[in-house]
Ligand binder design. Structure first.
Ligand code: GDP
Ligand code: IMO
Ligand code: MG
Length: 432
């Protein structure tokens, strides 16, 4: 049985949480392999009593909501321990069983000094800021690469933890006080903070790479759920306006310990239009009523920071790029319902960069900043599609939109989202 990756094909918030939740009942493990509590996944579930339950997850994999499925925080994740405990307690209070959660001993931990550094660096950058979520993600990944990071396993040996915190603060304490004029926390304070929840999480900590490979050996199904997305990936995204982790299919391997040849399927989640949070280039961004319309109808406000998301039309150039970078086998096209009621639906098919047509994503950052979308205009539809469950249920123009977008985007569209809840999905080709 397979290892399957779910990745974001745009700038995040494509509906990865819903897609993971949708597949959750047929998988044994759901693994978060990158990022931390910068992610925000909203999952809406219809209960057997006919009520709607909404969950906002940041650090926990969406599989935590599926009975029988084992959620895993992989080695590629950065963990804010307070957020972890808060999220677990919040779910337990709502009757969700969280006892199956497993955490990699090699995942890194977000210390308070890195949360502070994230915020003060952004302030220091002024107009050059990235618009980070301020959760300490970038500085914690920087420590990992600098080899001064603190890992989950360090929490269970106070002597080692203290030595590592001393090493990190030797440098970072100076940066905080001498560059940013902030108080640096003491080693004692930091160690005490990191040890607060150590006893509680100890039973959850495992060698998750071994666990997952053994699960695959037994023929079980493992779903690898990305935080963020292709265009926010530190290598393949719109650098420097990216997050600090590997959010693409390659990152699913390094962030979980599952080797590339064991990966069977890569599902790309792509919204029927485009959004972005924070700074950075965004060729199809709308600054007019149409953008406001998408934001309002699509409820495009951040799950993590509440910031209004920047909105624009579908961009087939970046979808093709995501298909290439990730080896997408299937796309899930989400939020098609949000496009209902438009006379015409523009789709960006290529860019004009200073008079030259680009059918592929320009590798040069300056070119991408200057990319002007070349649009094709597809006829809209007015019918309410939220009840559609088969492709034939969709009005002809909505079907034509899906087919046209599929043609341009480099992989087949296997499912279409027509509403926020788990069942509001049109399955064109079964995903597993
Ligand atoms: P993620 O970060 O990729 O998991 O996405 P978010 O959860 O941040 O944002 C996606 C939002 O769209 C959530 O509020 C979902 O409930 C919602 N959503 C997902 N799929 C659909 C869909 O097909 N239609 C509509 N209307 N909403 C959807
Ligand atoms: P999900 O998983 C959308 C953006 C931030 C900022 C940049 C860097 O819900 O799709 P960071 O705090 O990661 O250093 O910020 O990345 N960003 C996201 N945008 N969805 C996300 O996650 C994001 N996670 C980070 O807004 O521009
Ligand atoms: Mg999100």
């Amino acid at each position: 049985m397979p290892a399957i990756a779910i990745i974001g094909a745009q700038w995040g918030d494509e509906g990865k949480g819903k897609a993971t939740d949708l597949l959750g009942s047929s998988v044994d493990y759901v693994v978060k392999f990158n990022g931390g509590n910068n992610a925000g996944h909203t999952v809406v579930i219809n209960t057997p009593e006919g009520k709607t339950e909404k969950y906002a997850l940041h650090l926990l994999p969406s599989g935590i909501l599926t009975p029988g499925c084992t959620p895993v925080i992989g080695n590629g994740v950065v963990v804010d321990l307070d957020v972890l405990i808060e999220e677990l307690d919040g779910l337990e209070a709502r009757g969700v069983d969280t006892s199956r959660l497993v955490i990699s001993a090699s995942a890194h931990v977000i210390a308070d000094y890195n949360r502070t550094l994230d915020k003060v660096t952004e302030r220091f950058l002024g107009s050059r800021r990235l618009g980070t979520t301020g959760r300490g993600i970038g500085p914690t990944y920087a420590d990992k690469m600098n080899r001064i990071g603190i890992r989950i396993q360090d929490l269970f040996d106070e002597k080692i933890l203290r030595a590592k915190v001393e090493g990190a603060l030797e440098l970072k304490g100076q940066v905080l006080t001498k560059i940013y004029n902030r108080r640096a926390p003491s080693v004692d304070e930091t160690v005490a903070e990191l040890l607060t929840h150590a006893d509680r999480i100890r039973p959850m900590v495992r060698d998750t790479g071994l666990l997952l490979n053994q699960a695959l050996d037994r023929g079980e199904t493992v779903l690898l759920e990305a935080g963020q997305a292709t265009l926010l990936d530190v290598d393949h995204g719109t650098y420097p306006f990216v997050t600090s982790s590997s959010a693409t299919a390659g990152g699913a391997c390094t962030g979980s310990g599952i080797p590339p040849m064991r990966m069977d399927q890569v599902i790309g989640i792509v919204k029927a239009y485009t959004t972005r949070v924070g700074e950075g280039p965004f060729p199809t961004e709308l600054f007019d009523d149409a953008g406001e319309h998408l934001r309002k109808v699509g409820a495009e406000f951040g799950t993590t920071t509440g910031r209004p998301r920047r909105c624009g039309w579908y961009d087939a150039v970046i979808a093709r790029y995501a298909a290439r970078v990730n080896g997408v086998t299937d796309f899930v096209l989400t939020k098609l319902d949000v496009l209902t009621g438009l006379e015409q639906v523009p789709v960006c098919v290529a860019y004009d960069v200073n008079g030259t047509r680009h059918d592929e994503m320009p590798v040069n950052q300056t070119d991408f900043h200057h990319a002007v979308p070349i649009y094709e205009f597809l006829p809209g539809w007015w019918e309410d599609i939220s009840g559609a469950r088969t492709f034939e249920d969709l009005p002809a123009n909505a079907q034509a939109y899906v087919r046209a977008v599929e043609q341009m985007s480099g992989a087949r569209i296997s499912a279409v989202g027509v509403g926020p809840s788990r069942d509001a999905t049109v399955v064109v080709h079964p995903l597993i």
